[in-house]
Design a protein around this ligand. Structure first.
Ligand code: COA
Length: 164
């Protein structure tokens, strides 16, 4: 049974290893593969409006997501989220649960839509998952992602209007 709650400072040593591993792989997020711990913390904890963790009933942290406005001012009614699941917990519905949760949180915060700016086209699991949860591919950015194994790779912009 997965529960999702707000991030607390004590979670950092639990989520930093899999955030670091994800960024270091250089195949899903744009954050520099050699990001320092402080840079990762800034990206995931300090810069977003809110960060959450997905846990088991015995307190193991399996994944995390953030939510923030995608643009300032006149674009601030559209939010952006990022999701990472620990390698050993993937394929069990953790990201599905976090994405459903984030949509409810986004509505509660007053956001009208959710946008993913840079879904790497080769990240098939993510693309399939977001489509299943109602996100549409609204554009393809040719070669916009510098994949660390594949080189310049297309990235998708995905978008979903949220219920009022
Ligand atoms: C992409 C990522 C977030 C997916 O996380 P995940 O927890 O493995 O995703 P889920 O388990 O919810 O869904 C993956 C698959 O498991 C299946 N699944 C297995 N058990 C499930 C369950 N109990 N409930 C729901 N889905 C389940 C889903 O149907 C889905 O199948 P699909 O690939 O055919 O769509 C994860 O692989 C990750 O962290 N990758 C690195 C970072 C990343 O790419 N982030 C997204 C950037 S856009």
């Amino acid at each position: 049974m997965i529960s999702i709650r707000r991030y607390q400072d004590a979670d950092w040593p639990l989520i930093h290893p899999f955030l670091h591993a994800t960024f270091a792989a250089g195949d899903t997020y744009a954050y520099a593969p050699h990001s320092s711990e402080a840079q990762i913390r800034h990206a995931w904890i300090e810069s977003p409006a809110a960060t959450y963790v997905a846990c088991t009933s015995d307190g193991r942290v399996l994944g995390t997501y953030y939510i923030k406005a995608n643009q300032p001012g006149l674009g601030a009614h559209v939010c952006n989220c990022g999701y990472v699941v620990a390698q050993e917990a993937q394929g069990q519905g953790v990201a599905s649960a976090m994405c459903e949760h984030s949509q409810r949180e986004a509505v509660a915060m007053g956001f009208l839509a959710m946008q993913f700016n840079l879904v790497v086209a080769t990240n098939e699991r993510a693309v399939r998952l977001w489509k299943r949860l109602g996100f549409a591919v609204v554009g393809t950015l040719p070669g916009a992602y510098r994949h660390q194994k594949l080189g310049l790779t297309d990235a998708l912009v995905m978008y979903k209007a949220l219920p009022a």
